[in-house]
Design a protein around this ligand. Structure first.
Ligand SMILES: [Zn+2]
Length: 168
C-alpha cells in the first residue's frame, strides 16, 4: 500500500481495523460532493463534478454560473473541459464522471460528445434532468449509474433553495 493510501486509511479509520475498499463510487462521489459544498459557500447552485481516469481524479469543478455570468458554466461542462485539457484529448473514453445531480440535457449532450465511459450521478432531477428524454441522450457506449449518495446531494440543494427563498 502506498504511503498516501495508508494515510487515507488512517484518517478514515484511526483504529486501522476497518477493512475498506478505497476507490469506490462512494469515495469519488464524496469528492464531487465537496465540490458541491464549495459551490454552496460561493452562493452557486450546489452541484459538483469530478472526472476520474485510472482511479485518479483528473478534473474537479463546481457550478460557476453566477461567478462567470454564464448559463453554460455547469459543473459537468467545466470538468469535461478541464479533463480534456489534462489528457490532451477531446474524447474521455477511459473516464468516469461523478456528478452530484442528474445532468441537464445540455450536459448530457456534452458527455455524449466527449464519449465519457461512465456517468455516475447522485440526486435525480425530475424537472431539469436528461433522463426524462431517456438514456439515449448519452453515447451508446456510456454506462450509467445513479443514486450513489443521493440523500446528501439532494439535501444540499434543498437547503440552498430554502435559504435563497428566505433571503428574497
Ligand atoms: Zn448541466
Amino acid at each position: 500500500m502506498s504511503k498516501k493510501l495508508y494515510l487515507w486509511y488512517r484518517n478514515y479509520d484511526p483504529s486501522g481495523l476497518l477493512m475498506i475498499e478505497v476507490y469506490t463510487d462512494d469515495y469519488f462521489m464524496k469528492k464531487a460532493f465537496e465540490e458541491a459544498q464549495l459551490a454552496y459557500d460561493e452562493g452557486e447552485v450546489p452541484v459538483g463534478a469530478i472526472v476520474v481516469c485510472d482511479n485518479r481524479i483528473i478534473a474537479k469543478a463546481h457550478n460557476q454560473v453566477e461567478r462567470l455570468n454564464d448559463t453554460t458554466a455547469h459543473a459537468e461542462i467545466l470538468s469535461i473541459t478541464a479533463a480534456s485539457n489534462y489528457l490532451g484529448s477531446k474524447y474521455l473514453e477511459e473516464c468516469t464522471i461523478f456528478v452530484t445531480l442528474e445532468p441537464c440535457v445540455m450536459c448530457a449532450g456534452a458527455l455524449k460528445w466527449a464519449r465519457v465511459a461512465r456517468v455516475v450521478y447522485a440526486a435525480s432531477d425530475d424537472k431539469g434532468g436528461f433522463m426524462r428524454y431517456g438514456k439515449e441522450v448519452l453515447h451508446p457506449d456510456t454506462k450509467l449509474e445513479f443514486g450513489v449518495m443521493h440523500d446528501e446531494c439532494a439535501q444540499i440543494l434543498k437547503d440552498f433553495f430554502k435559504e435563497r427563498r428566505r433571503s428574497l
